[in-house]
Design a protein around this ligand. Structure first.
Ligand code: 5GP
Length: 179
């Protein structure tokens, strides 16, 4: 697997250090509250688990899954809920935890879908932000790293369902695409 990686963009150490900062900031912002963190499966699962360990306030977790690119590296803009939340978020402070924001279309769909459930507040935390590729204006409240417009894998992110278990964020060798 490692031999398929062309470039390490963000090391495991840098990811963990940034998550400690994010955890502190989010804990301070939600002090006295009990937010529900909503992880977007599958990509954000690893980030979610490290993020809550970096927080020192009571939190609840829930997950939802939406359709993704499949094995393709380009967005279709079409999003479907594959797994919904287990519990209601009405009156709750909800924080969406996402692996990466690219065009913003996925998060636009998710926030529009969740806001009608009348949470007390709704914010977004994304580990990675491909800011230059944004197509819709979506406010991301907490960002781990702004990255260039490259297709990345590792730390939860896949290509064709593999590479999620790498501890770092990397770029695949070009010959690995479409294999
Ligand atoms: P958006 O709707 O913002 O264009 O894309 C968001 C989703 O696309 C992410 O949740 C992720 O599943 C997928 N995605 C976007 N960019 C990348 C990337 O560079 N690598 C991987 N593995 N998935 C990506």
């Amino acid at each position: 697997m490692l031999e398929d990686v062309r470039e390490v963009l963000i090391t495991s150490e840098a990811i963990q250090a940034r998550i400690v900062e994010l955890g502190r900031q989010i804990s301070a912002d939600y002090a006295g509250k009990r937010p529900v963190l909503i992880g977007v499966l599958k990509g954000a699962a690893m980030f979610m688990m490290d993020l809550i360990r970096a927080m020192d306030i009571p939190v609840e977790v829930d997950f939802m899954a939406v359709s993704s690119y499949g094995a393709s590296t380009h967005t279709s803009g079409v999003v479907r809920i594959l797994k919904d939340l287990d519990a209601s978020i009405e009156g709750r402070h909800a924080l969406i935890v996402e692996d990466i924001v690219d065009t913003g279309l996925t998060l636009k769909y998710i926030t529009e879908n969740l806001i009608v459930r009348q949470p007390a507040s709704l914010r977004i935390c994304a580990l990675l932000d491909k800011a230059e590729n944004r197509r819709v204006n979506i406010p991301v409240d907490y960002v781990g790293f702004v990255i260039p417009n490259k297709f990345v894998i590792g730390y939860g992110l896949d290509y064709g369902e593999i590479y999620r278990n790498l501890g770092f964020i990397g770029v695949l060798k070009p010959e690995k695409y479409e294999e």
